[in-house]
Write a protein that binds this ligand. Sequence first.
Ligand code: SF4
Length: 188
Amino acid sequence: MVADSGYGSEENYEYMDMNFIDGYVKYNMFHTELKRKHIANPFLPEHLYYNAEKDFFVCPMGQHMGFVGKKKSVSDLGYETTLRVYRATNCTGCPLRGRCFHGTGNREIKDNVRSRLYRDKAKELLTSERGLYHRSRRPIEPEAVFGQIKYDGGFRRFHYCGRQYVGAEFAAIAIAHNIRKMAALRSS
Ligand code: SF4
């Protein structure tokens, strides 16, 4: 499966994982994470050392950030996400505070373990040789076709509701698009 970052949600990654699909699907921070400035920033939650056995992070000053609770959220489609919250014990007077965070009290970070593992897997696939190939093809193959259908063909809105009818309508549009391309190829 190849798709852009608009589809890189925990819910979609879970679906692909459960259906044994290799997902070459970016997440919203994918490009930012590859930048040197991001890689070199020791204050980002994903760069803090995590002790999985005792379930704590270690901040850049060496302080343990222990688990303090969970936060749940539910998407419009009913998908439930759980964030685990970790908090430093005492940030008062820390010389790194200005660079570490700007809030009040002690620093808190939120970690979504499941999402993090899915993103790690996606990153590994996307930066592999096959991933580089798919990333180079994706903007050319689907985007040009969408542009031709939407802007050149004037198709801006589906006429029917429901997955089955929308699927049938799009299939008809795709067939028409392919016939147009075949005709153009034959006449060239
Ligand atoms: S501000 Fe707090 S969390 Fe950040 S480095 Fe200092 S002690 Fe650690």
